[in-house]
Design a protein around this ligand. Structure first.
Ligand code: FES
Length: 123
């Protein structure tokens, strides 16, 4: 457990949890997202729709990661860490998903591209 000074100098407890990202054990603040935990520890996860200062909504899916014990992929920008979580950020499966996610807008019909661009402007 870490302690931070809160407003007025009061001591506040900050719970930490242990997780693993790409085999490295990390102690991170409970409730933070996988993306923030990775970034704070020098682990790069690609992003497109995640913009500092705006609410993350998990739209582009470029930040997908694998969490052991689940067949699903999770967006790192919206998924909070939980104790004991083991996360892979750079597997062959993820590379294929990310490649498809980047290529998809290229092969979309023009009308869909306009909709996509509009959605990014609104976000
Ligand atoms: S950065 Fe776009 S879904 Fe996470």
């Amino acid at each position: 457990m870490l302690q931070n000074k809160g407003r007025g100098g009061n001591r506040m407890s900050v719970n930490t949890v242990k997780i693993r990202i790409d085999g490295s054990e990390l102690a991170v603040q409970e409730g933070t997202t996988i993306l923030k935990a990775a970034k704070a520890n020098g682990i790069m996860i690609p992003t497109l729709c995640n913009v500092e200062g705006l609410t993350a909504y998990g739209g582009c899916r470029l930040c997908l990661v694998e969490v052991s014990g689940s067949p699903k992929l999770f967006p790192a920008c919206t998924t909070p860490v939980s104790p004991g979580m083991e996360i892979a950020t750079n597997s062959d499966k993820l590379k294929e998903y990310r490649k498809a996610g980047v290529e998809l807008p290229i092969i979309m019909p023009i009308g869909d591209i306009k909709t996509t661009i509009g959605a990014f402007r609104l976000s």
